[in-house]
Design a protein around this ligand. Structure first.
Ligand SMILES: NC(=O)c1ccc[n+]([C@@H]2O[C@H](COP(=O)([O-])OP(=O)(O)OC[C@H]3O[C@@H](n4cnc5c(N)ncnc54)[C@H](O)[C@@H]3O)[C@@H](O)[C@H]2O)c1
Ligand SMILES: O=C(O)C[C@H](O)C(=O)O
Length: 311
């Protein structure tokens, strides 16, 4: 029996729970929020799709009752405030660090062996914070950002190519920030053929630029940040762990020398399986990509430094 807890029953958390249930990824899902009745209501609404969609996962909603999360195999943290148009993700640190810290501590009391997937922003820094406060083995803490950024990269690539969305390849590494993410254009491909064989440099540059501000574009349109693709990306990572998929997914991982960086969590390709991050994969980067990665790491270190004053 597999059990998953999703903390935060807002836009992202409820969507993640809905995908977990709809795709039958876990046997049992607990949705927890601090706001009275919200998790219970969303869980009830989602479970009322069960007879329509022929679903077998059991979803329960609870208000701040961590005893219900006991023995979870995977926990997904989405609690925290989202940004508004014009804001950066980094500006959320003051409020979200305290929330992520207290949620992590309570979760671990009841699920000491869980793999933790962090979604709350600024995600790389929140993932690093979880490492610092929990002392868990590094493989058990995964930040979700690259999975979403890579999905957006593939969306814009498929549009530019006029291709089927399932037939394009693209990966984004680096920080999960408007200026720190790095869509690896050189590795973008359509059915194994480099995308640069089909698209000129200016088009590829626009695909990369649109990807980097993908979250900001949606925030401007929606008045709050996105949730369908973020929730689904969170569920995709849960699936990779629970089903031991050994799948290569870009995610925020604690680096200890990989890509020439240490003591931070940042987006890198990694194999995800039953132990969480099974191993980090080191892509060969050219000089320009290496420089971008180091610049991105510098920015993430700077945001991490702000943790000192906020929790
Ligand atoms: N990493 C990513 O790729 C990514 C993508 C989308 C959103 N996000 C981030 O995810 C977070 C959630 O976004 P959202 O759109 O779902 O926001 P939301 O406001 O819709 O939902 C957040 C929920 O967290 C709950 N919450 C707050 N404090 C809590 C606590 N202590 N315990 C339990 N629940 C608590 C709130 O009551 C709310 O229901 C934001 O920080 C957002 O920036 C990250
Ligand atoms: O853009 C945001 O603030 C939310 C999230 O990080 C996203 O990329 O959708």
């Amino acid at each position: 029996m597999s059990k998953v807890t999703v903390v935060g029953a807002g836009n992202v958390g409820a969507t993640c729970a809905n995908v977990l249930v709809t795709c039958g990824i876990a046997d049992e899902v607990v949705l927890l929020d601090i706001k009275e009745g919200v998790s219970e209501g969303k869980a009830m609404d989602i479970m009322q799709t069960a007879s329509i969609l022929n679903l077998n996962t059991r979803l329960t909603g609870v208000t701040n009752d961590y005893s219900a999360t006991e023995g979870s195999d995977v926990v997904v943290i989405t609690s925290g405030i989202p940004r508004k148009p014009g804001m950066t993700r980094e500006e959320l640190i003051g409020v979200n660090a305290g929330i992520v810290k207290s949620v992590t501590e309570q979760l671990l009391k009841h699920s000491p062996n869980a793999v933790i997937i962090c979604i709350s922003n600024p995600m790389d820094t929140m993932t690093y914070l979880i490492h610092k406060i929990s002392g868990l083995p590094k493989n058990r803490i995964i930040g979700m950002g690259g999975a979403l950024d890579s999905a957006r990269f593939k969306y814009f690539l498929a549009n530019a190519l006029g291709a089927n969305r399932t037939e394009v390849e693209g990966i984004v590494i680096g920080g999960h920030g408007d200026t720190t993410m790095i869509p690896l254009v050189r590795y973008a491909a359509y059915r194994g053929v480099p995308a640069s064989n089909y698209l000129d440099a200016a088009t590829l540059e626009k695909v990369a630029a649109d990807t980097m501000v993908g979250g900001a574009t949606l925030t401007k349109l929606l008045g709050t940040s996105a949730w369908y693709a973020p929730g689904a990306a969170g569920a995709q990572m849960v699936q990779a762990v629970l089903h031991n998929e050994q799948k290569l997914i870009s995610c925020s991982a604690l680096l200890e020398g990989e890509y020439g960086e240490s003591d931070l969590c940042i987006g890198v390709p990694a194999i995800i399986g039953k132990n969480g991050i099974e191993r980090i994969v080191e892509f060969e980067l050219n000089e320009e990509e290496k420089a971008l990665f180091h610049k991105s790491a510098e920015a993430v270190h700077k945001t991490n430094a702000a943790l000192e004053g906020c929790c």
